[in-house]
Design a protein around this ligand. Structure first.
Ligand SMILES: Nc1ncnc2c1ncn2[C@@H]1O[C@H](COP(=O)(O)OP(=O)(O)OP(=O)(O)O)[C@@H](O)[C@H]1O
Length: 253
């Protein structure tokens, strides 16, 4: 299986002198193309920092990250941002949108910046994604006129505009009620079913249970991992949830 990400012994620290702390303390991880992965662990264990390091959003102090065959540390900032724009999608807990643009314009803006000539194609693509995520009728709405779950769908559409090889999500359901969270997870599951790798940072076992591999972090290290069969249903069943929560209890995260 081809690897989309390989990290070797990455180290990242914050602070100076006595205050210096390794937030990533030698993390080696490989993520396959098309894999669906969750990262769990206590607050402050380094989950987001790992996601930022693997996506090249943030540099590392030691070790290396190879993304899609390229060592990120050897790339210039413009090459890095080019790779991020073309091959990665990002979804955060609170989607950041431009307030003076409607939903459709927020989705297409990054792609239009890249390729204004293909406006018609870009709009068509955005509409396809909006249909898929069930927000087609909202395209003209202001971003303040939609629910949190709908806004997160907008964020997902925007993240998918470039047909990324991987979508990174940092607590993408963290601000949602459990029904919306499950609906968003079903969208991630569908995206993954179409071949896009997905890596989510989450505290929520019910979110992690959608994935096929859960990495558990503590103190900047991956301390355990569990694998689950790929899930293709629409609702997480209790036995799958139980498997995840039992593992969490076993390793104490
Ligand atoms: N830019 C920064 N400067 C200084 N310290 C930082 C910085 N970013 C993260 N940290 C520290 O690194 C540690 C790990 O942070 P990180 O956000 O990766 O944890 P996390 O596991 O994602 O936590 P949470 O679940 O609370 O979001 C924390 O102690 C945090 O305070």
């Amino acid at each position: 299986m081809k690897k989309i990400i390989i990290s070797e012994n990455i180290v990242k620290s914050f602070g100076e002198g006595d205050e210096k702390r390794n937030v990533l303390d030698g993390v080696s991880v490989e993520i396959n193309e098309g894999e669906f992965v969750a990262v769990m662990g206590p607050s402050g264990s380094g989950k987001s920092t790992l996601m930022f390091a693997l996506s090249g959003m943030d540099g590392v102090d030691g070790g290396k990250v190879v993304f899609d065959g390229r060592d990120l540390s050897e790339l210039k900032e413009n090459e890095l941002s080019d790779i991020r724009r073309r091959t990665m999608g990002f979804v955060f807990q609170q989607p950041t949108m431009l307030k003076n643009l409607n939903i459709l314009d927020n989705i297409i803006l990054p792609s239009m910046r890249d390729n204004r000539k293909n406006a018609a194609k870009i709009i068509e693509k955005a509409r396809t994604l909006m249909k898929k995520t069930d927000i087609a009728e909202l395209e003209k709405r202001d971003i303040t006129q939609v629910s949190g779950g709908q806004l997160q769908r907008v964020g997902i559409c925007r993240a998918l505009m470039s047909n990324p090889k991987i979508v990174f999500g940092d607590e993408p359901t963290g601000a949602l009620n459990s029904k919306s969270a499950q609906e968003i997870m079903s969208i991630f599951s569908e995206i993954n079913g179409e071949g896009t790798a997905v890596m989510l940072v989450t505290h929520d076992a019910k979110v992690a249970a959608w994935t096929e591999r859960i990495m558990f972090m503590r103190d900047g290290k991956i301390v355990s991992e569990m694998r689950l069969p790929k899930f293709s249903g629409t609702n997480i069943d209790d036995s799958r949830m139980k498997e995840v929560t039992e593992k969490m209890r076993e390793i104490g995260v």
